[in-house]
Structure formats: structure tokens, C-alpha cells
Design a binder for this molecule. Structure first.
Ligand SMILES: Cc1ncc(COP(=O)(O)O)c(C=O)c1O
Length: 395
């Protein structure tokens, strides 16, 4: 991040603070588009960072929406309903009715169970609304359905007035570095698409695939993304079924554009160990693969300084009442003081949504968008949570 911008943010906003940078986000999408096959679409998984939806509308083809809350966010951002993939393992009648009434089913509805199919079929008939259905194939967990069930649904769709078959959705996990796994999955999907055609006579119009592209979070991690994306693209192009592919991505799009700025609230030395207590913690930072600060996140100290191995080592802790609230261990820092700031990088995905935000009734951090011009916009002021845990309506 630009040094002047950092100083401006620190002078202007309350910490802890999530910062999302437009220039990084847009460059990231450009880079993905360049590396992936041209005919491949991009769908942003809103769960990774709901704040980014409104800024990504021109950059992505779809938004994968996994809960009523995410749907209300996208609707409130006036994102076009034609781009919605209404997804999720629990589709309740009330929010689905809302979707039908407000025209939010104009895109695609995924189906994760036979009862979801029945609900959508009933509502489509009741509201006289055409709906594009995309069954989700399970990867062997609670999500999606078995092949046979999907085949049954495809057959039934053919005789339905309001339903059409939009394709197959498949997502098997996140932070996937193994190209072997992609190869296995794409082969399996090729076979399944053949099977749908053989057994129903229906061609699969599209594959919506969540590749779980990994983000680099820790120092010393080696990951050759260029080579990975090249090989992944070759795998896609070598599929037997040349049908449109839509890639559903969360962290692969959002992680790199985000930072969390957190201030050192206190320093102490206990039993010969130096501890810095930060005003943030594990409730604000979600690094996939992190546990008890075993790995060192990519971070920056402010004011900047040269630190070396001869400097004292610090354990950076958060503000929660648990010994698990460890962020960084054995970090050599020159002259660390109360009031200094630690900037945790690559926190644009999941950190602001996955944390245990209500624990200890601490405030939710502010959220700021840094435009390409360098101007900033407050997207959310720091938000108290104590009233939520108080349980009664407090003034
Ligand atoms: C169905 C689905 N699609 C896409 C994603 C995004 O995954 P990632 O952030 O690894 O790209 C998820 C994440 O849980 C998901 O459940």
C-alpha cells in the first residue's frame, strides 16, 4: 500500500480497520482473465467479501449468493438479478418467496436436494416465473446431490413449464493447490456430463465450477501461481465436453486486495517473553491453514523500521480472553512500542466474515475502500457488538 495512503488512513479512521484497495482488486481480476481461457466466465462468491460486490459488478459475470443475508446485500447494492446464482444448502421458503416476488430469480437457482427442487418447482408455478435450475453435484459431503438424483431432476425439468436446466454446479473445497485433484474432478465431471446426455437426451449447457484457487498468506510459502493457472487452463481446455465454464471464486479474487490495520494497545514482558497486545485478534483475521500462529502471516510494521535477528523477539497477541489469540510468534522487531501499527496483508477474503466477531463483545472493525485515485470511502464505521450480546433492546 502506498505510504501516504497508509498515513492518511491512520490519521483519519479508527483502528482496527479493514482496507480494501480498488487498484489491487481490479488488477487481480484482469490478471485472472488474462491467464484463464478467454471463454471462461468469472463468478464472485459473495461470502468471501460481501463489501466488494458493488465494486465488482463490471468485472465479474455472476455473483454466487449463499444465504438470505447475502441476497439482501446484493439486492441493496442494486446488483443486477440476472447475475445472481442463488445458491446454498438451506433455502428457506420465506427468502425464496422474497426472491420470486422481487424478481431476484432472473439468474440461476442452484438445487442441493430433492426438497429444494420441490420448493422451487412449486414457487415457479405459483409465481408464473421461468427459472433456470442448476443442480449441485455432491463431492461426498452435505452439499449437493448424488448423480442419480440429478439425472432424475433433469428428466423432470424437461416436462416442466417454468423450469429449464442451466447446467451443473460443483465445488469441493477451498485453497486447492493440487492440480491432480482438479484433473480428477474435471474428468469425473466430463463423465457425468456424458452420462446426463446418454440417460436423458439433454445436453448440459454449462459447468459452474468452484476451483478453490489458493491465496498466499504466510511468509516463505512457495506457490508458482503462473504455472498453476497455466496448467489449470490446459486442463479446462482438454475437457471432452466443450461447454461454457463459469469459475466460482472467492479468495482467489478477493484475498490480495485487503489489509487489516491493527494498533499495538499494550506491551509487556512475562517470564522473559515479550508480548504485544493488539487491538485486533483472531476474531478479525482468518488465515486458512493458520493455527496458534504456527505460521507467520505476511505483514508490515508502521512506522516502518529495519528489524533484524539481533532485535528482540515479540509475540503478537489479540485482545480476546483466550490463550489461543495468538497472531504472530517470535517476530524480531526493533523498538516496538504501544501505538505502533501492524498491517496484515492478504486479508481481503473471509477475515471480515469468518471471525468469531461476537466473542468478548468487542467492536467490529471499520471498513474502508481505497479508490484507484487514492481517495478513501468509509464503507462501515466501527460497530459495537455489546448490544447484540446484551440480549435486550438497549438505548
Ligand atoms: C459453492 C461455493 N462456491 C465458491 C466458493 C468460494 O471458494 P473460494 O473462496 O475457495 O474460491 C465457496 C466457498 O465456500 C462455495 O461454497
Amino acid at each position: 500500500m502506498d505510504q501516504k495512503v497508509i498515513q492518511y488512513l491512520l490519521d483519519t479512521y479508527k483502528l482496527p480497520l479493514y482496507v480494501f484497495e480498488e487498484s489491487v482488486l481490479r488488477e487481480r481480476v484482469r490478471c485472472l482473465r488474462k491467464k484463464l481461457p478467454a471463454e471462461c466466465g468469472l463468478c464472485f462468491a459473495v461470502k468471501a467479501n460481501p463489501f466488494l460486490g458493488e465494486f465488482l459488478n463490471d468485472d465479474v459475470d455472476r455473483f454466487e449468493i449463499c444465504s438470505p443475508g447475502e441476497m439482501y446485500i446484493c439486492e441493496s447494492m442494486s446488483l443486477p438479478a440476472e447475475k445472481y446464482v442463488l445458491s446454498g444448502v438451506n433455502k428457506d421458503e420465506e427468502s425464496m418467496r422474497h426472491a420470486f416476488e422481487r424478481g431476484l430469480c432472473a439468474g440461476i437457482l442452484t438445487v442441493e436436494s430433492l426438497s429444494q427442487f420441490e420448493l422451487i418447482r412449486t414457487l415457479a408455478g405459483e409465481y408464473h416465473t421461468e427459472v433456470r435450475i442448476m443442480p449441485r453435484l455432491t463431492s461426498g459431503n452435505q452439499f449437493g446431490m448424488e448423480e442419480d438424483e440429478i439425472i432424475g431432476i433433469v428428466r423432470e425439468i424437461s416436462s416442466e413449464e417454468y423450469l429449464s436446466f442451466a447446467g451443473v454446479q460443483f465445488f469441493s473445497g477451498t485453497q486447492k493447490t493440487s492440480l491432480k485433484k482438479h484433473r480428477r474432478e474435471l474428468l469425473m465431471l466430463d463423465d457425468f456430463i456424458d452420462r446426463i446426455l446418454e440417460e436423458t437426451g439433454v445436453s448440459t449447457p454449462e459447468l459452474e465450477y468452484g476451483p478453490g484457487f489458493p491465496a498466499v498468506y504466510f511468509e516463505g510459502e512457495e506457490f508458482d501461481e503462473e504455472a498453476y493457472l497455466d496448467e489449470f487452463s490446459d486442463l479446462l481446455c482438454s475437457m471432452r465436453n466443450h461447454i461454457p465454464v463459469m469459475l466460482e471464486l472467492g479468495r482467489g479474487i478477493a484475498a490480495s486486495c485487503g489489509s487489516l490495520m491493527s494498533r499495538v494497545a499494550d506491551v509487556k514482558c512475562n517470564h522473559n517473553n515479550n508480548y504485544a497486545i493488539l487491538d485486533s485478534g483472531i476474531h478479525h483475521l482468518a488465515y486458512y491453514g493458520q493455527f496458534m500462529a504456527m505460521k507467520r502471516p505476511i505483514l508490515e510494521l508502521w512506522p516502518q523500521r529495519q528489524s533484524g535477528n539481533s532485535d528482540p523477539e515479540w509475540t503478537l497477541c489479540g485482545s480476546l480472553c483466550t490463550v489461543n489469540d495468538l497472531l504472530v510468534k517470535k517476530l524480531p522487531v526493533h523498538d516496538l512500542k504501544k501505538g505502533d501499527v501492524v498491517i496484515f496483508h492478504n486479508t481481503g477474503a473471509y477475515s471480515m466474515t469468518e471471525g468469531i466477531s461476537l466473542f468478548l463483545s468487542r467492536d467490529l472493525p471499520s471498513v474502508v475502500w481505497v479508490k484507484e485515485s487514492g481517495e478513501t470511502k468509509l464503507l462501515r464505521d466501527s460497530l459495537p457488538t455489546w448490544k447484540m450480546n446484551y440480549g435486550r433492546i438497549a438505548d
